[in-house]
Design a binder for this molecule. Structure first.
Ligand code: HEM
Length: 465
């Protein structure tokens, strides 16, 4: 496989070598058949028909879809310098502005460096305490026999956790409004990504996009209130928000906008992904009673009825394996993309600058070459031995390389602690007939929510007695 040095190669058009794929112009075919309805169907088709690498064009634009760990590693790690985020991510600037996910180059490095201390080891114990406290509070509000939308509950819970841990702010009174505004934006997302000149249109505000602009304004208002409140209290607390305010050069309009972009990015990246991971985990547990039994059994054995803490995480190994397997089947970040700055070599292919590279965790994680019987839910795939035997880059829920998720350890800790705290008391059963379908928006959500019935666990009744 080529090295980054080959990126510098200049080529005449005729010297490009494209992978096999749909070489006819796909614009209308792709638009009508696969997008915006469900881009996963297009990726499934490409993986089935062409295997490791496939090429297609939309208009004059070259797109290459990857489904092999060597290619994925080459783009995300080896040749990372030659790539920026692809168009869909660039377009999410309409909501996120220039935060860590959408920024590039020096700006992205500076933001990542400034945020890093908030994810350091010494901060972790206090985060763990907050996570468990919020989950314990949530479980008190549930009632035996009631039906709840657990996807929504997980959103509210993780939103509170991010607000309190990273931004030292209590958003409980605003959580409904925020979640509602974010849901509205998500609902419009696929439409906006496909809309020509959407970035310009949101400024003109045609009636169809007014809802987006209104929702964004509501989110902004909450974010600016958080920033102001911290400024008033003084920023000595050391939260991520304090670090961001301290790193902001002045209070000019540009600096304020940049601060807003940074806050909103971590906010959205930090709650929506974990919420979806948890929602899918509850769903999968409800469908796999033997795994659910082992999961409960480990929690009861290790915790003996007390709330979990940071020190319990190593012994809640099965809980972590369940979460890992859930993110294999339903990866919250279900696809990623890059855009080439320069011509580049990829294996035996030579591709032009401005090619878009797409890869999908949803597709690679379900490939039978990498996971036997891939559609079966089997947490045993994530024992330490199995993990160390597996080729890297066949499982990449948090991405890889220099732009790998900054919140990965935070997410694992939060996932394990929230699952254990809630499952200690409650068992969640899918309401019969409730329709489950993954919806690939910015993250992979259960399209119709997740209606579950709450059942009090015997172990909890015994502890209470
Ligand atoms: C299960 C939970 C999560 C999943 C599946 C996830 C997934 C990802 C993935 C795949 C990327 C890389 C995107 C790319 O390279 O194109 C990413 C980046 C990022 N994530 Fe996460 N994430 C999760 C939780 C979190 C949390 C809890 C936070 C913050 C508290 C966070 C903040 C970020 C940020 C800021 C980036 C951009 C990093 C950069 O570009 O330098 N994520 N995440």
């Amino acid at each position: 496989m080529a090295t980054a040095a080959s990126n510098a190669l200049k080529a005449d058009r005729s010297t490009y070598r494209f992978p096999p794929g749909l070489h006819k112009n796909l614009l209308w075919f792709a638009l009508r058949k696969f997008r915006p309805a469900n881009p996963i169907h297009l990726f499934q088709h490409l993986a089935q028909a062409y295997g490791d690498i496939a090429h297609y064009k939309i208009g004059w634009h070259h797109i290459v879809f990857l489904n092999h760990p060597d290619y994925i590693r080459e783009i995300l790690v080896v040749q990372n310098d030659n790539f920026i985020k692809e168009r869909t991510v660039q377009r999410s600037k309409m909501l996120l502005g220039e935060g860590m996910i959408t920024a590039e180059g020096a700006e992205q490095c500076a933001q990542r460096r400034a945020a890093q201390p908030a994810f350091h080891r010494q901060r972790i114990p206090e985060y763990a305490t907050t996570m468990v406290r919020e989950a314990a509070r949530a479980r008190e509000t549930w009632r035996a026999g009631e039906q709840r939308d657990i996807a929504l509950d997980m959103m509210h819970l993780t939103l509170n956790v991010v607000a309190q841990t990273l931004f030292a702010t209590d958003l409980r009174d605003e959580v409904d409004e925020l979640a509602d505004a974010i849901n509205r934006i998500m609902g419009l997302y696929n439409f906006l990504v496909m809309l020509p000149a959407a970035e310009w249109l949101v400024h003109v505000r045609p009636p169809g996009l007014a809802a987006f602009v209104r929702a964004r304004r509501r989110i902004d208002a909450v974010v600016y209130r958080m920033i102001e409140a911290h400024r008033r209290q003084g920023t000595g607390g050391g939260s991520l928000l304090d670090l961001m305010i301290a790193a902001s050069p002045d209070r000019s309009a540009d600096s304020e906008r940049s601060l807003r972009d940074q806050v909103i990015t971590i906010f959205l990246a930090g709650y929506e992904t974990v919420a979806n991971a948890l929602a899918w985990t509850w769903y999968l547990l409800s469908q796999n009673p033997e795994c659910e039994r082992r999961f409960h059994e480990e929690i009861d054995r290790e915790l003996q009825g007390r709330l979990p803490g940071l020190d319990d995480i190593p012994s809640l190994q099965y809980v972590e394996m369940v979460m890992a397997e859930s993110m294999r089947l339903y990866p919250p970040a279900w696809a990623m993309g890059r855009y080439a700055r320069q011509d580049f070599q990829l294996g035996e292919y030579f591709l032009p600058a401005k090619t878009t590279i797409l890869m999908s965790q949803f597709i690679t994680h379900r490939d039978s070459r990498f996971f036997r019987d891939p559609l079966r839910f089997d947490p045993e795939r994530f024992t330490p031995e199995d993990k160390s035997r597996r080729t890297k880059f066949v499982y990449f829920p948090f991405g890889a390389g220099p732009r790998q998720c900054i919140g990965e350890s935070f997410a694992w800790m939060e996932g394990v602690l929230l699952l254990a705290t809630l499952a200690q008391r409650w068992r969640l059963k899918l309401v019969p007939g409730h329709r489950i379908e993954p919806e690939p928006l910015i993250t992979l959500r259960p399209k119709y929510g997740l209606r579950m019935e709450i059942e009090r666990r015997t172990a909890d009744r015994q502890t209470a007695a």
